[in-house]
Design a binder for this molecule. Structure first.
Ligand SMILES: Cc1cc2nc3c(=O)[nH]c(=O)nc-3n(C[C@H](O)[C@H](O)[C@H](O)COP(=O)(O)OP(=O)(O)OC[C@H]3O[C@@H](n4cnc5c(N)ncnc54)[C@H](O)[C@@H]3O)c2cc1C
Length: 483
């Protein structure tokens, strides 16, 4: 069996690993972070773009339009959230109308269906909270929504039940060709593989440059957001874009699949690809731009702010396929937006290429994705009663804001690629995602993690590294017990 190492556990690496797990091969996924979905895949707008924004003829356009069509089936297969509320791109002045017309034409060329240009009255009838000064809009009914980290976890679980070995905290610091295969210098020691697939997001450029003489340059492009509480009823049912600029799709106002409203992102090129801090200036811009779409916006319902980093390749398109001049190496580089939308198509295309070029046989059996129970918050009263009868831990509510039970937290830790941190539990179950942002439930989540993982509570971290919440027991701190 060929040994394949996939580098990076974002939505792309996990989707590629899942597709490769259909074939006979020994597959290892190395993730530099403490969990999968630690990069751009945990902090983005969550839009499954219809596909009118990408320039016709580009990889972005092709894979976006193919990907969006694959979403409903993929999400049903792996148990990830998906919805198709549609989207609008708003023009506020007659000068912006040609941009809407250009997006429409581009969409038609890319093969996007059901696109229409609509005028003020129809916009206000469909989305009554829109700024009445709006001029016209592009209506895209095929635009969808997912939850990017829940999708990534579901893809990872499906890959894991089909034999992919996930290794966290295993950053690849160097890679070189060695005869027929590769030697990887990782945080877990040296590793060898016959085939490598570089899906390292912001880290993919550096690895590419170690393997290829045709160098690439990735520019970290930061986007900042506000997230509003779902206590506020949704005032927009569709994703509301504004006209794009050369930096991207602009600031949107959008529902999430969990009933929150998201505002953002900004687009700023920065030097430090790890800087996910939010800033007063960028958030002020998000507020100002969002009010253009939604004049009634107040920030009273903001429950958190966050930032994500786009891996922008200076030539602007995805680089996907075999690494030029380096047989056995494959890559996904510069996968900025619409990377989430394109993920299913990228994975199918790349895994197919790898299998074809390396004669990997299909497995006789590809196991289905593990089935997870409906979340407690979505259950009817009758379903809740049944769930508690089956497992008394469904009767212990840990996160009051998001109605998450102890049973679900334990199940999230026990998943094939399970949570090992408080953030990992939060993103898999929503415990800590609500109004109090984990203020009430974190101590209990920490206790459950320590029990399930068989570690001391002081070893539990918020999000890996040195983010431990506890330093010692009170007795230890007072010198009454050995630390
Ligand atoms: C602000 C913002 C908004 C966006 N909005 C949308 C949207 O609405 N719709 C859409 O389609 N797309 C959107 N995108 C793009 C989308 O998020 C990305 O295309 C997608 O998440 C990229 O996934 P990835 O797996 O390539 O990268 P990542 O999710 O960044 O994953 C890469 C992984 O590799 C790991 N890694 C890095 N270097 C190494 C190394 N040397 N060794 C081991 N592991 C390593 C990282 O820790 C990380 O987990 C947005 C992006 C941003 C930032």
């Amino acid at each position: 069996m060929k040994k394949i190492i996939v580098i990076g556990g974002g939505v792309i690496g996990c989707a590629v690993a899942r597709e490769l797990s259909r074939y006979e091969a020994e597959i290892i996924l190395l993730e530099g972070g403490v969990d999968v979905a630690e990069g751009a895949s945990k902090a983005n707008s969550a839009i499954v773009h219809a596909g009118f924004d990408a320039k016709p003829g580009t990889m972005k356009a092709k894979l976006n339009v193919e990907g969006v069509k694959m979403y409903p089936r993929l999400c049903a297969e792996v148990g990830a959230p998906y919805g198709q509320p549609g989207a609008m791109v708003l023009a506020f002045t007659p000068e912006e109308r040609p941009t809407i017309e250009k997006l429409y034409e581009q969409g038609i060329q890319n093969g996007v269906e059901q696109l229409r240009i609509i005028e003020r009255d129809e916009i206000l009838a469909l989305e009554p909270n829109t700024n009445p000064d709006v001029e016209c809009a592009l209506l895209a009914p095929t635009s969808g929504l997912t939850c990017p980290y829940e999708l990534t976890y579901a893809l990872a679980d499906h890959a894991a039940v089909n034999g992919v070995n996930f290794v966290m905290n295993a950053r690849v610091n160097g890679i070189r060709k060695d005869g027929e295969g590769f030697v990887l210098a990782t945080e877990k020691g040296e590793m060898h593989a016959e085939l490598v697939v570089n899906c390292a997001g912001m880290g993919s450029g550096e690895l590419h440059n170690q393997l290829s003489s045709r160098k690439v340059r990735l520019i970290p492009r930061k986007g900042e957001y506000y997230l509003l509480d779902h206590e506020l009823p949704l005032l927009f049912t569709r994703t509301m874009f504004q006209c794009p600029s050369k930096m991207g799709k602009g600031v949107l106002v959008s529902p999430t699949l969990h009933g929150n409203t998201i505002l953002g992102p900004t687009a700023e090129d920065i030097d430090d690809a790890t800087d996910v801090s939010t800033t007063r200036e960028a958030l002020a811009l998000v507020n100002e731009r969002s009010r253009m779409t939604w004049p009634g916006l107040t920030l009273r319902n903001v429950i958190t702010t966050f930032a994500g980093i786009r891996a922008h390749e200076e030539n602007g398109d995805f680089i996907i396929g075999a690494v030029e001049g380096c047989p056995g190496a494959y890559e996904t580089v510069g996968v900025e937006s619409p990377g989430l939308s394109s993920a299913p198509a990228i994975a199918e295309m790349l895994a197919g290429q790898i299998a074809g070029e390396n004669a990997l046989p299909l497995k006789p059996e590809w196991k289905p994705a593990p089935v997870r129970k409906k979340p407690f918050y979505a259950m009817s009263l009758e379903e809740r009663v049944e769930a508690v009868k089956e497992d008394a831990n469904y009767g212990a509510l840990v996160c009051r804001c998001e109605q998450v039970t102890e049973a679900e937290i334990r199940a999230a830790i026990r998943r094939p690629v399970g949570a090992t941190t408080i953030d990992g539990v939060k993103r898999r179950t929503r415990a800590g995602m609500g109004r109090c942002q984990g203020g009430f439930c974190s101590p209990r989540v920490l206790e459950i993690l320590a029990e399930e993982l068989g570690i001391d509570p002081t070893q539990v971290t918020k999000g890996g590294g040195k983010s431990n919440l506890l330093v010692s027991t009170i007795a230890q701190a007072m010198g009454k017990e050995d630390a």
